[in-house]
Ligand binder design. Sequence first.
Ligand code: DON
Length: 562
Amino acid sequence: MMPAPRFRGALIWFVAFALVANALPAAERVPGKAAIASAHPLATAAGHEILEKGGNAFDAAVAVTAALAVVYPTGSGLAGGGFYLLHRASDGRDVMIDAREKAPAAASRDMFLGPDGNPVPGLSLNSALAAGIAGEPAGMEHLVKEYGRLPLALLLAPAIRLAHEGFPVTPHLRAVIEYKREVFAKQKEVARIWLRHGAAPPLGTVIRQPQLARTLETLAKHGLRDFYEGAVSRQLVAGVRQLGGIWTAEDLAAYRIVERAPIVGEYRGARIISAPPPSSGGIVLVEALNVLSGYDLAQLDSATRKHLIIASMKRGHRDRAVWLGDPDFVEMPVAELIHPYYAAGLRASIRLDRAMPSAELPGILPASQGPQTTHFSVLDAEGNRVAGTITLNFLFGSGLVVPGTGLFLNNEMDDFSKKAGVPNGFQLVGNAANEIAPGKRMLSSMTPTFIESPRGLMIAGSPGGSYITGMVLLATLDFLDGRSAAEIVAAPRIHHQYLPDVLQYERDALTPTEIESLTKRGYTLRESQRGWGNLQVVTWDYASGRVDAASDPRGEGEGQVY
Ligand code: DON
């Protein structure tokens, strides 16, 4: 029933006033301090250098991205892709730059299947066919043109310097090179840079990348479009084809980023702003938080609390597998999935005293992790923010370098569902919504996120493939519980991704009592021998004005406040 006209008028004014009053504090608030958290201290420093030169958060994001491509190529690189979630302080605009890789025009649904109809082991991971058309340079170009203030050449300068002068091998990097040794040894140019006498270089060895420096210099001089239509693109097409890939000049020339409206949700008075499709992250995060909003977690014992968190993750990941893919190709019930009523329905299937096996959830299927992919969080003194998660997919992507460019090729094609129900490299399953098609973007789990609570702001994200969204969910709950940035990144983690139907946990994430209680509820528990993820968090407490930045102790990164 509509309210009476006079009351309706008053109601409209009241709503309008509430909206303005609500918008005011956020628009007026200015942190006055800047912060950057990234997976490598030299990338954090590159961002700082740009802020000091008068750049904003968006300029810093470009410099951090370029520096990571040099000093952290295990996680991301120019021949990869990613998502940049932005908040512009001047007008409050929230938007995500979708710079995700796309399947080449010559890709086809069954391209990774052998004569027996099953995926050929390794083909979507270790070959040049594994590479989607890269989106990272286009994402950087858009940042520079639409949001930044400084010239590209200045933003790429720290990366170019790092490529020329080199950077020292750390324990993590050494371990990863060792893991990739055989692939590197087969490529002369790669072996010269990344190996010493056929083995991973000793700690502290300085890695210089002259070819990568030249590629970056060309882009600095001619613009990032050169990666798609210019000297660099010609090198890329020739090089990828030489390696057995299917990229064409047309594929590169046709690549465009898309600006997408973020997924927005609400949880206990906090606003959640996160990645929309082709990432599953925002939807799974908001769906899980909607499920949890029906419980007063603070009043429950810790095992029940964890049981409910896992139950919400499981249901979110089930919907990922069933529904999600590239929004330019498939229709998805997004509004329904993030609707509180839908979550209320899901809650009806959750019992406090026992786990529901994944097989009993309606629908369809299974995880790993490591120093692959990377996230950074930037806040500038004006309040502009970037949550950037960028990737080559697995460590060093396919491990193949495009001859002459110094660029590692991504192996993002593995994120497609190569065959319905067959798990990918992260044990994730999917179906038609995420099958391969020419020009289509592969579904992602990357979850760059802003959480705006009445008390403050968090900018967060992580690598970790299928583990990512659960990590951001845990970080969100910890932030809303009042934990500090350092506590949030260090907290031990639990994970469930629907299939495999296993509750994974890091050492110390569950007490013996919780293990007993969860086992009684019917969970299959597996302790992970290694930690997962590399969470990068910036927080800002409105009342005290305090800004914090923290980098996950599982990695070697650095958070700094300026
Ligand atoms: O987009 C995705 O979901 C994956 N390509 C991310 C890969 C990743 O995080 C690897 N890290 N361990």
